[in-house]
Design a binder for this molecule. Structure first.
Ligand SMILES: Cc1cc2nc3c(=O)[nH]c(=O)nc-3n(C[C@H](O)[C@H](O)[C@H](O)COP(=O)(O)OP(=O)(O)OC[C@H]3O[C@@H](n4cnc5c(N)ncnc54)[C@H](O)[C@@H]3O)c2cc1C
Length: 317
């Protein structure tokens, strides 16, 4: 099997979720080619070799900079032809999944999104995927010769090796309609650490009583190098911006550590956080449902616990 991995980048850096996709591809095959778009320096592209890539096809044409899904799908399908790949792997992201679906149609491939584990090839090709917003798993058998897999964050461990991938320029032939969608403006989420990519998230709920108390959340987040999140009512009331709203109808996060402060743990909130590796809950109500999903819990008043916790972490550092 030969694998093509589509990697995404932001501000010239390849995203960690995409490096995980490279590492996943390298567990499937020794022949791993990466396809990357945009203004990414050669040494950054070469570094995908540390996770198992042999070669990078780099599309540097500015017309692809806006991330138009149709154009990406055409280019990636052509990169599959060029590299002879019979599997395509990418991060299960807001860009990755629609691109995956379109490439799968173009190539007549079997598509699996939300993939949570490596494939089992002992009896055909089976992959495990997360379903029902992370509450259950399904095992999917793919019979098609070509496979397209969108990988959940943390599906594989990222271990840095010493390889270096060879970088080659690649110029796809855009088709009619590829650029029919024009992106006229983009607004970037603010904050030092972006929520969907964050390794640590500190999130606040209605228990914080009002936006004037968010300094405590921001202090702890800054101390830990974390992104800040919130529950839906908090963003509905404009205490925090909408892009921080975590849950079924908001951002789905999968950090190593999710700290929930003054959030009850409603099922719709849990749907956005249950792929987190470790969950710490701070709530004054010992019966709060979030404690059932927590790895560690602190029963206490956030206004007393948070400043002490932040000071203790600062002292440790
Ligand atoms: C279709 C639908 C979709 C939804 N999608 C989402 C979603 O994506 N994300 C989401 O978050 N919600 C979503 N909701 C809303 C969800 O059902 C809950 O209403 C919401 O998550 C509750 O927010 P909360 O925990 O901040 O507030 P509350 O339920 O009011 O809980 C506040 C918590 O703070 C604790 N608390 C109070 N004071 C303190 C203190 N001083 N110290 C410590 N703890 C304290 C309380 O014990 C309580 O547990 C959705 C609802 C529906 C119907």
């Amino acid at each position: 099997m030969s694998v093509l991995v589509f990697v995404e980048s932001a501000e010239g850096k390849i995203k960690k979720t995409s490096l995980e996709a490279v590492a996943y591809g390298a567990k499937m095959s020794d022949e791993v080619v990466v396809v990357a778009f945009g203004n990414v320096a050669s040494d950054e592209l070469e570094s995908t070799g540390k996770y198992g890539a042999n070669k990078v096809l780099h599309i540097s044409d500015d017309s692809y900079n806006d991330g138009v899904i149709q154009a990406y799908a055409t280019a990636i399908a052509q990169a599959m032809d060029q590299s002879g790949a019979d599997a395509l792997v990418m991060a299960n992201s807001s860009l990755g999944t629609p691109v995956a679906a379109r490439v799968a149609i173009k190539k007549g491939a079997g598509l699996v999104t939300n993939v949570s584990d490596l494939p089992d090839t002992s009896n055909g090709f089976e992959v495990k995927k997360s379903i029902y917003t992370g509450k259950a798993f399904a095992t999917v058998k793919v019979d098609k010769a070509i496979k397209v897999l969108a990988i959940k964050k943390n599906a594989v461990e990222l271990v840095e090796g010493s390889g270096s991938a060879a970088v080659e320029a690649f110029s796809p032939n855009a088709q009619d309609g590829d650029f029919a969608t024009k992106i006229t403006a983009t607004k970037k989420a603010e904050g030092d650490v972006l929520l969907p990519e964050a390794e640590i998230v500190v999130s606040g709920g209605r228990g914080l009583k009002g936006p004037e108390n968010w300094g405590m959340i921001e202090d702890l987040a800054k101390t830990l190098g974390a992104a800040t999140g919130c529950s839906k009512p908090v963003s509905d009331m404009d205490w925090r911006p909408h892009h921080e709203h975590v849950g079924q109808t908001g951002v789905k996060v999968a950090p190593n550590l999710y700290i929930a402060v003054g959030i009850s743990g409603a099922i719709q909130h849990l749907a956005g956080v249950n792929s987190s590796k470790n969950i710490v809950v701070i709530n004054k109500d010992p019966e709060a449902p979030f404690f059932k999903a927590a790895d560690y819990g602190i029963v206490g008043d956030a206004f007393e616990v948070l400043p002490k916790l932040t000071e203790a972490i600062k002292a440790l550092k």
